[in-house]
Ligand binder design. Structure first.
Ligand SMILES: C[S@@+](CC[C@H](N)C(=O)[O-])C[C@H]1O[C@@H](n2cnc3c(N)ncnc32)[C@H](O)[C@@H]1O
Length: 308
């Protein structure tokens, strides 16, 4: 299945495409993951050095050579699946996702990097498919648990698949990314703070609309403990790409704002909508295409817990 109710990796916002949902109605919290592939891949690549730091930290929490099988749950295009295979050289690293298009990218990416023999892909719709994932020494869930309606039940099911001494790492929370200063010379200052507030509403609706959705406090440590695991530490990693940004970062910011305009369009007030139109207009000197003040600053939090 290639269409899921979904959000952006780090920053919840609606997709530009409305799909028929499992409940038989259209909803602006549905989007097509396959179509998001280039954005997901670009974002993960820009975040790669930070994920490498996180992987090195995980290597201090488990014996590196003892990690023989890794599950990257909701792997998307497999950027982190490959990184984990490199950080844990004795392991097979498995990209698990509900999108065949994204898994095909993960496969190609691993082959291109010469680690295809230790990277495999597994198509699974979650949470139904958890039972077929097999055992692992490390389970990484990068901004994917929040796409499952009953997060606590899913964590308990994932914990069953951890070998004794194994580790689960959840990337959840952190800070919404920022890309522009408070005053950008167009519209009312504070645009990104307002977009964050709208995104939070969108995210709550996205979660409420998931099958078996359970309203729960996002106390990740408590959820991990309730799944029978022992919390092993939480750390936050900063992605800091200051202005002037390279073209790849500018493209990421443009794609991010394009999705914000499409996904939050109906929720934006007229002034902010006009500001987004100007930011995305290549003919506008103050647009994201030309601005010298664009940056990318994001904080990713990794919560860990151990079995036994
Ligand atoms: C926000 S992306 C995260 C991708 C990657 N882990 C990262 O951090 O860049 C969420 C991923 O979870 C997958 N996904 C979402 N809901 C899913 C479900 N119910 N079953 C399986 N995969 C799902 C999507 O296809 C997507 O690749």
């Amino acid at each position: 299945m290639s269409q899921h109710r979904a959000s952006h990796p780090d920053h919840p916002h609606g997709g530009g495409h409305v799909h028929q949902s499992g409940h038989g109605h259209h909803h602006d919290t549905d989007l097509d993951w396959g179509e998001m592939a280039p954005l997901l891949e670009r974002q993960a690549e820009i975040t790669l050095p930070v994920y490498a730091e996180a992987a090195a930290w995980l290597g201090s929490l488990v014996p590196v050579q003892g990690v023989r099988r890794i599950l990257d749950i909701g792997s998307g295009p497999g950027v982190v699946t490959g990184l984990l295979a490199e950080a844990f050289p004795a392991a097979e690293s498995v990209a698990v996702d509900g999108s065949p298009e994204l898994l095909a990218r993960a496969r190609d990416r691993a082959d291109a990097r010469g680690i295809g023999a230790r990277v495999s892909t597994l198509h699974a719709e979650l949470p139904e498919g958890i039972g077929a994932l097999g055992q692992a020494d490390l389970i990484w869930m990068g901004n994917s648990l929040h796409h499952i309606g009953d997060q606590g039940a899913a964590l308990t099911a994932f914990a069953d698949h951890l070998n004794p001494g194994g580790l689960i790492a959840l990337v959840e929370g952190g800070l919404a990314p920022r890309h522009l200063p408070r005053h950008i010379g167009i519209g009312r200052p504070g645009l990104e703070a307002r977009l964050d507030a709208l995104s939070a509403d969108w995210f709550a609706e996205m979660r409420a609309d998931l099958p078996d959705s359970k309203a729960e406090t996002d106390d990740w440590r408590a959820l991990l403990a309730a799944a029978g695991l022992t919390p092993a530490g939480t750390r936050t990693f900063l992605v800091d790409a200051p202005a002037p940004v390279p073209p790849a970062v500018r493209e990421l910011v443009l794609a991010h704002y394009g999705r914000l305009r499409d996904g939050l369009g109906a929720r934006l007030d007229a002034d902010d909508k006009e500001t987004l139109d100007r930011l995305l207009d290549p003919a506008d000197a103050l647009s994201l295409h030309h601005r010298t003040d664009v940056f990318h600053l994001a904080a990713h939090t990794v919560h860990t817990a151990r079995k036994g």
